[in-house]
Design a protein around this ligand. Structure first.
Ligand SMILES: N[C@@H](CCC(=O)N[C@@H](CS)C(=O)NCC(=O)O)C(=O)O
Length: 226
């Protein structure tokens, strides 16, 4: 869906982030879910390096992005927002109770059981590489990530998606796995790598990514802190 300035749905993201973060800001998950659901949205953008206005903390208690407002529901937390969008999209959240519950479980597993250690790995690689504590911490962290990838590979087996069909759980798992692109660890698990590529090959993901990238200012694209 093209971004529609008249849409009732507003998604808050960033107009500027450093180049390494472009295409990885968490409003991408929300944009992807909206694309899967065929829902248009408008954006409100902040500069990542500038103080968010006071009123924003009443919408997002930590001042982070994304935030979401559809006129009826105001939300923060990318997982909660994707689940909310999924209520009206059978692709994201199947209508039968059992499948819907499984999709929800995978979304939470992505955020709670996989994302934290990938986040820590990236913190080390991007912000602390070369520091002694990072050198000591990294090998065990890498092993923990490898462990999760092995389990994911075993779970996937011959399935295309975590529960057979694409759901919000896959959207979130693939979003989280994007944090491993820098490390190359996913290449050690071909099934996971293929699953990841399968998720990212969805046209809805490409549209969401293009829209996020288009929203960065020229300064951001040039890597210049305005
Ligand atoms: N758990 C939150 C995390 C949100 C988050 O970390 N957002 C980052 C951008 S990807 C952010 O706003 N960082 C700036 C900050 O923390 O001030 C979610 O999934 O929505």
């Amino acid at each position: 869906m093209p971004i529609d300035p008249q849409s009732e749905i507003e998604v808050t993201g960033f107009s500027w982030v450093p180049p390494f973060a472009q295409g990885h800001v968490r409003d991408l998950r929300v944009r992807w879910a909206l694309e899967e659901a065929g829902m248009s949205y408008r954006t409100r953008l902040f500069h990542a390096m500038e103080q968010r206005p006071d009123y924003y903390f009443t919408e997002q208690p930590f001042g982070q992005v994304p935030a979401y407002d559809d006129g009826t529901v105001q939300l923060f937390e990318s997982g909660a927002i994707v689940l909310h969008i999924g209520r009206d999209c059978e692709t994201l959240l199947p209508t039968d109770t059992a499948s819907r519950a499984r999709a929800t479980a995978w979304l939470i597993a992505a955020l709670n059981s996989v994302e934290p250690m990938i986040g820590e790995l990236n913190t080390i690689d991007i912000f602390a590489s070369g520091e002694e504590w990072a050198r000591l911490r990294r090998p065990s962290l890498e092993e923990r990530v490898r462990g999760r990838l092995t389990r994911l590979s075993d779970w996937l087996g011959e399935k295309d998606y975590l529960e057979g069909q694409f759901t919000a759980g896959d959207l979130m798992m693939a979003s989280v796995l994007r944090g491993l692109e820098r490390s190359g660890l996913m290449n050690e698990q071909p099934r996971v790598a293929q699953y990841y590529e399968r998720c990212l090959a969805r046209p809805a993901f490409s549209r969401a990514l293009a829209a996020q990238m288009a929203d960065f200012t020229q300064d951001a694209k040039e890597g210049v802190a305005a």
